[in-house]
Design a protein around this ligand. Sequence first.
Ligand SMILES: [Zn+2]
Length: 452
Amino acid sequence: MTAGVTLDGSAAAADSVRSSGPGRPATKQHPDAELRALLRDIDHRRIEATVRKLVSFGTRHTLSVQDDPNRGIGAARDWIFAEMSRYAEASGGRMTVELQSYIQQPSTRIPTPTRITNVVATLRGSVTPERIYVVSGHYDSRVTDVMNATADAPGANDDASGVAVAMELARVMAGRRPKATIVFAAVAGEEQNLYGARYMATQYKAASADVQAMFTNDIVGSSTADDGVRDPRTVRLFAEGVPTAETPAEANVRRSVGGENDSPARQLARFVTNVADNDATDMNVRIIYRRDRYLRGGDHIGFLEQGYPAARFTEPNENFDHQHQDIRVEGGKQFGDLPEFCDFPYIARVARVNAATLWSLAQGPGTPKNVRVRTDQLTNNTDLVWARGAEPDLAGYEVVWRETTSPDWTHVIPVGDVTAVSIDLSKDNVFFGVRAVDKAGHRSPVSFPLPA
Ligand SMILES: [Zn+2]
């Protein structure tokens, strides 16, 4: 027996193009006045100043000098820390900034023991601080030879742009009161082997931290491709299908139920288009069903390895003449990752996509936990159960569903403040999910049920 409401399958969706079945057509969550005001505070001039300041340290290579006040990764680290600490003054003590560091022993692309330091600003949530959302960029840089720690490596796009996004979000959010905790990180060691983000993720895991989403912004600086094509209103979001941290037992379940397009990372990506692809960000979010680009990785992988939902924002068309290149002119062509090839209003729009996402996550309820579809009997309906969230402004839950061939949820069934529901639609024929809704209408990401 399943307690809770029962919904009638005869209440078909209004749109005849959609599959027939219970519920209303899915719609986007539009930004409220509070979020729109926040998005307006994001300033491309501040982002430009941050990128140019980071470039001014000459190189930010992970193996570069750490105790020179003007050059090298140590100078960049100290400037980021001081700047974030200045933003934190507006928070009344709710934002704390720390240098999170460890010694990386000799390993891939690390020849001698090397201190790796992340600058981490944590804005503690006012209602459910145990829920954590992370946004990052990496402040280390490189040239053609990944072991060259002395040549000028401006890293304007890769990845001062991503650091500038995380820092601008810290600046505009420091004086505000998100319900959940938001973490703004500038990490190091990315170009050597994702060391900083990996360390940060393992620290969260060791503390059993409830990180419900992580986004890395890496190469978000330009909308112009090497052939001159411009796409200034699009950002790509790379989101894996089969989870990096999946166990063999979990793989068996996935093969059995067809969950390869319903990982936590994919639900997160759908959430991003739901809340951040709109007129307030002036951006299209292009989800890519892939963990990262060919031959490339990013800091989200460190979080995926620990089982945390994570994804990567990247510009729409990369120009490889301006990534991982020695600064030089060859055949009349300028190579190198220089600020003159950045589009600062574009980076500001990417920051707005991040801000809409992080703020909507933090102001909305957490992702439902322990969502299960009951499979103890053969039936042609669907019995879903889940655990109730602890948010004081929780209004209840919505069941979402779609055809198995559809990329995103198409139908929404409001079911009220219950933790179990029976739907008159076969679990064999469609995919189901569950999300939480608060009294103001903010939604959580969707949780995909496991069989129980
Ligand atoms: Zn990068």
